[in-house]
Every structure is written in structure tokens, then in C-alpha cells.
Write a protein that binds this ligand. Structure first.
Ligand code: BEZ
Length: 259
């Protein structure tokens, strides 16, 4: 299968589960928007190591979890052997089933081709089916991105913008895409969610190594160390409080219906 993003291919599933549990813990709140019902067939896009798929299954719905990263799917299958997980690309969902709902938490900001993903999701839903998603919205991790750009400039590396893998749309931008596809948007909100990172002083370093790989991977080990040091210095006055890093997350959350 194709991959969503080169930066997600080699995700470290153990580091993800150990240090970034907040990803699915915050996502539990989104399940109230999904409101899964017994017997429904639900697709979980970007299921990671499977925790939210399992929560959905507790409702009595049948769940299929997909992720672009084989490492995540391997771990999801180990964690929940009774559920179905597959490596798949949200931009090209070739699944011979129609779903009552498509759910996605903290994934769609990795897909710059939003129109293609929306078309693919639309196609996989039954008429009347719902699309419930939360991901990074306009302004998400803006201070962290700015710090990365500053760090690249300071060590003389050009054009870090070209390495930015993320898509953080505004409500208007995203709902227009949904409506153009044929969705009716029932709810859409954009909100700040300052997110404490685990492990005290090394929290931002862990975050960069887990999620900022497309910025770090092209660099030498020495450059990576220097970039992380500059990012920490730049962000400390604003994102480090009481011995903990707090990432400047902003989420967009939507509920749309296939009409
Ligand atoms: C997010 O969940 O908002 C996010 C995670 C990793 C990188 C960028 C954003």
C-alpha cells in the first residue's frame, strides 16, 4: 500500500505508547462526537497502536483500524488481537466495505493532500454516514515550528519550510473542502489545547524526535543536537513552566455527514 507521509513510515511504536499516550487520551473526548452504536461498522483512520479503536469496539460497533505506519499496525495487532488492523493510505482507501462512520484522531494534519483524503473518506461512507475527526488546526504548534525555522537559520541551513510535513487548516478552509465534496458540516470548532509533554526537561526533545523527524532526519547527528538545543533555548521562556514543557496545540474538530 502507499504511505500517508514519509515522516510517518518508521514511527517508533514503543516510544509512542510510552511517552505520547496523551495522543489517544485526549482523543477519548472525541468519541462522544462519534457516539458509536452497537452493530455499526466504523473505520478508524490513523489508529496508531489501537487504543481508540478498542474504545470504539467497547460500544459494540465493529471497528477496522488503519494506519500508514506498519510499526504501529504491528503493535495494534499485538495489543488487540481480536480487532482488525491494516496498513492503508487515507488518500486511497480501497476497502470493499461501506462504513456507518469514519473516525480520525490526530492524523489528518499529516496529509497535505486534504482534498484527496476527503474524497476517499466520502467514498467509503454509506449515505448518511458520519465523518468525525480531530487534528491540528490553524496555529497548531506555531511556536515550535517557528523555533525550528530559527534553529535552521542559525546553523545556516536553507528552506526548512520545505521540510514541514504538516497541514493545519482553518475552519473555513476545511469546511469548504468538505462541502465541495458533498458533505454537510454539522459542527466545526477550533480551540487551543496546551498539551503537557512527558519527562520534564527532555519533553520537547522527545516530541521532536517522535514527531519532527522530517526536520531532523536530513541533518547530521551534530546538527540535530544543535537544532534541538536552539529550539529548547528559544521556547523555554514561553513553553516551559514548572519543570514541564507544554506544547502549543490547537485542534480543529469536525462532524460532517455524507448527504
Ligand atoms: C498534533 O497532534 O497536533 C501534532 C502531532 C505531531 C506533530 C504535529 C502536530
Amino acid at each position: 500500500m502507499n504511505k500517508i507521509s514519509p515522516s510517518k513510515d518508521n514511527w517508533n511504536a514503543l516510544l509512542y505508547e510510552d511517552k505520547h499516550a496523551f495522543v489517544w487520551q485526549y482523543g477519548e473526548d472525541l468519541l462522544q462526537w462519534l457516539n458509536p452504536q452497537p452493530g455499526e461498522l466504523i473505520l478508524d483512520i490513523g489508529c496508531g497502536t489501537g487504543q481508540l479503536s478498542a474504545k470504539i469496539a467497547e460500544s459494540g460497533a465493529e471497528v477496522m483500524g488503519i494506519d500508514s505506519a506498519a510499526t504501529m499496525i504491528d503493535k495494534a495487532r499485538q495489543n488487540y488481537p481480536n480487532l482488525r488492523f491494516e496498513v492503508a493510505d487515507a488518500r486511497n482507501l480501497q476497502i470493499d466495505k461501506s462504513f456507518d462512520a469514519v473516525f480520525s484522531n490526530a492524523t489528518l494534519h499529516w496529509i497535505k493532500e486534504a482534498e484527496t483524503a476527503i474524497a476517499s473518506i466520502y467514498q467509503t461512507l454509506k449515505p448518511g454516514g458520519r465523518f468525525v475527526a480531530e487534528f491540528g488546526g490553524k496555529g497548531n504548534v506555531q511556536a515550535i515550528v517557528q523555533a525550528l525555522y530559527v534553529a535552521f537559520a542559525q546553523i545556516g541551513l536553507p528552506n526548512p519550510q520545505a521540510l514541514n510535513p504538516w497541514y493545519f487548516p482553518s475552519i473555513s478552509e476545511y469546511t469548504i473542502l468538505l462541502e465541495q465534496q458533498g458533505f454537510e458540516v454539522s459542527q466545526a470548532i477550533l480551540f487551543s489545547r496546551p498539551t503537557p509533554l512527558a519527562d520534564g526537561t527532555v519533553g520537547i526533545k522527545n516530541w521532536l524526535q517522535m514527531f519532527g523527524n522530517s526536520f531532523l532526519a536530513p541533518l547530521s547527528t551534530e546538527q540535530q543536537v544543535e537544532v534541538i538545543r536552539i529550539v529548547e533555548d528559544y521556547l523555554k521562556p514561553t513553553l516551559y513552566r514548572d519543570h514541564a514543557w507544554i506544547a502549543d496545540y490547537r485542534r480543529i474538530r469536525i462532524l460532517a455527514i455524507k448527504v
